[in-house]
Design a protein around this ligand. Structure first.
Ligand SMILES: [Zn+2]
Length: 507
């Protein structure tokens, strides 16, 4: 199956129903508005990312003007065919010598079921995400390609002896979402102007070869800067080979009819070292100083906290300075700022939370930022800081209630109510803050910021009362409770004062 010419992309109309598998040419050359149709949001995002990577390499727009034109107008057949030149043999799933994202001749004692390629389907320690049973039993070529790509790029390696991708085990991916799949792809493709800046050698990528054409050498030490854009976007860190496919039938993932289905694959341990940092265009990164040496890395979801807390890192770039980390939004988000032109931003955010090889949480959502987001980073920052400030005030006051004050013989409850209250704070404020970011008038935000302060202050007080209520009648805790409540009130008024100062127009 050739990803460039065969029908493998599972789509449905944006309005209406009817799932079908279409080819890349149909997707890119027809004006129809379509969306991906897969049973899992992470698989849909991976399929989108895989398509973005192909379009990035084959049809990079020359400048911003052409980027806009591509988003608006389908490719002509001639443009489509011209883009294929030189890549015809590169994306074939069952190529006899260089199969897509695999290594030919993997030696393994036993075969592994395809469910292992579908991230988090097996060995998950969390029952929080429910999967339709039998999803990974027999995959069509398209779903097998998507699963290979997702496992290689977005998920941790299979455990001991298996490497993770260039961005680490479970990176966050951020993409722009547009009204249909075709325009979404183009919105996430960097044009030559951006490429020149961040991948100066990008025009020579062609010669470098993918990992399935020019395999990584065992125990090789690879400087990250020597990995070109094409090789890096499709980096396969593991030695994997699909077993020969079996008979025709229904694909257990997308539900489409397939003339061949993949039931298993071979995998083998394999080691090498990448030295340094490889900039991935779809991921935000941070720079921190460790032992005096600045170190860059792509970030992941490390805590079970809502996405709004991460917005600063996902959306806003800042220089590394003494007391703050350096941040860079994904290159596609940086480009989106130039493309925004007074329109809102729909940002798909995806990633897994992992504990080594095990997936503990699947995180895929869309965050919306209303028009003006591209010019008012200060307001976005203020919303995030306000949210975090109130959370901290609640936590501090309750922590005092839990720990007491040893020096003054004030005893604490010793029950970690601050942790419970913090989780509730995140859960309840998530809806409010996410909606605020999506609807606020960034030109005139004062009224809505004021409401945010009032809402968060009331939330903190009610969560404080709910957390301490069971201890209300404990005589020994009366004083502790009074002091903690005073601390909370003081903290809340300080935050309100800060908010008011920020609201004053600067002369
Ligand atoms: Zn399928």
């Amino acid at each position: 199956m050739n990803l460039l010419t065969d029908r493998w992309i599972p789509v449905r109309p944006v309005a209406g129903c009817g799932v079908e598998q279409i080819s890349l040419e149909t997707l890119l050359c027809e004006p129809h508005q379509r969306a991906l149709s897969l049973p899992r949001d992470d698989m849909e995002m991976a399929a989108c990312q895989l398509l973005v990577c192909i379009v990035q390499l084959l049809w990079p727009p020359t400048n911003m003007e052409q980027s806009i034109q591509r988003i608006q107008t389908p490719l002509t057949k001639e443009e489509f065919l011209a883009g294929l030149t030189g890549w015809e043999e590169s994306f074939i799933l069952n190529h006899p010598e260089h199969p897509f994202m695999q290594v030919k001749g993997v030696i393994a004692k036993e075969t592994t079921g395809m469910d292992k390629l579908m991230v988090g389907l097996t060995g998950s320690t969390s029952c929080a995400f429910v999967n339709q049973p039998g999803q990974g039993e027999a995959l069509c070529g398209g779903c097998a390609a998507i699963a290979l790509f997702n496992q290689a790029c977005n998920a941790p390696g299979f455990g001991g002896g298996f490497k993770s991708g260039l961005r680490g085990g479970a990176p966050i991916t951020t993409l722009i979402q547009q009204r249909c799949l075709r325009s979404t792809l183009w919105a996430n493709v960097l044009n030559a102007e951006s490429l020149e800046r961040d991948y100066p050698e990008w025009q020579k990528q062609h010669c470098q070869g993918f990992t399935w054409q020019k395999p990584i050498v065992s125990n090789e030490k690879i400087p990250a800067h020597s990995i070109g854009l094409a090789r890096g976007l499709f980096w396969q860190p593991a030695h994997i080979e699909l077993s020969p496919p079996s008979a025709a039938g229904q694909c257990s993932a997308c539900g489409g009819q397939a003339d061949k289905r993949y039931l298993s694959f071979l995998k083998a341990k394999f080691n090498y070292t990448v030295e340094g940092f490889w900039l991935h265009p779809h991921s935000p990164c941070v720079e921190q100083t460790k032992k005096g040496i600045p170190e860059k890395r792509h970030i992941g979801f490390t805590l079970p906290i809502p996405c709004w807390t991460q917005v600063g890192r996902l959306l806003i770039s800042q220089q590394l300075e003494k007391n703050q980390e350096g941040r860079r939004a994904a290159l596609v988000i940086e480009q989106a700022r130039q493309l925004a032109n007074g329109k809102p931003l729909y940002m798909s955010i995806g990633g897994y939370r992992n504990n080594q090889a095990a997936i503990v949480e699947r995180r895929h959502e869309v965050m919306v930022f209303s028009q003006g987001w591209d010019r008012h980073q200060d307001i976005i920052n203020e919303i995030i800081h306000t949210g975090q400030g109130y959370r901290l005030a609640l936590r501090k006051a309750l922590y005092l209630f839990v720990e007491g004050m040893k020096d003054n013989d004030i005893i604490g409850s010793r029950i970690p109510v601050h942790e419970v209250a913090e989780r509730r704070f995140y859960r309840e404020s998530d809806i409010y803050i996410t909606r605020l970011l999506a609807t606020i008038n960034y030109e005139q935000p004062l009224k809505e910021l004021e409401s945010l302060h009032l809402y968060l202050s009331a939330l903190c007080q009610s969560l404080f009362e709910a957390a301490t209520d069971p201890y209300d009648h404990h005589v020994k805790l009366i004083q502790t409770l009074a002091i903690s409540r005073r601390v909370l009130i003081a903290q809340l008024s300080a935050l309100k004062m800060q908010g008011e100062q920020a609201d004053e127009p600067t002369p």
